[in-house]
Design a protein around this ligand. Sequence first.
Ligand code: ADP
Ligand code: 5GP
Length: 216
Amino acid sequence: MGASGHAANDHASAHAHAHTPAHEHCPGLLLLICGPSGVGKTTIVHELIRRFGGLFSVSATTRQRSPQERDGIDYFFVDERTFQEWITEDRFLEHAQVFGRAWYGTPEAPVRAELAKGHLVVLDIDVQGADNVRKRIPEALAIFVLPPNEQELLKRLRARGREDEAAIERRFAESKLEIARAMQGHTFDAFVVNDTLPRATDEVSAIVAERLAKRG
Ligand code: ADP
Ligand code: 5GP
């Protein structure tokens, strides 16, 4: 889950299961964390899991693994054929092709298992993925993480050291579209600016704690 945000538009296509009832009961809390690539989602989510326990869902993707990423930990890195098989076998809660490039999908079984135990489950997915999950699990909490400004976002994308400059510039351009899309829609319960890590993490934690308390 090393990253980013985009899509929900002409550049992308997304799918959720058609056969699942719209309203499903989940004892746990499903948190959708979205935001542009490099904004700090992964960093914030690791701290959330440290504080609240639960699962940081590992997505499957057809994109190339960068040298820093570990298969099965950051993503399940699979080829197109395997990804298509997993779609056919209904293994995904949702899946999407982001900006017409790679495919990404959330394996459903581990998410369901953790929710059934009453735990927190966090998905780092793009905006179209969040839209689709909310249709199936309306009680999911959706938070969009914003950078303090554009230049800081560019700096963090570079600090991540995962890609070459061309890929960084492309993600940066896509980030602006993703932010605009998130602001225009009605998917998100909250927008949190990741200015300093402790402050942003505390804000997200407070929102999560409030929702957990309401569930009793
Ligand atoms: P994302 O998962 O959204 O792509 P990461 O969590 O990988 O982002 O963070 C991208 C980079 O920004 C990392 O190098 C991380 O340490 C750094 N970072 C995260 N939050 C902050 C912050 N508030 N201030 C400065 N750097 C940050
Ligand atoms: P990256 O390639 O930078 O790791 O991720 C690109 C984008 O794909 C990010 O916006 C990330 O949130 C999103 N993404 C990662 N996993 C999934 C997933 O399982 N489903 C969807 N819809 N988006 C995902």
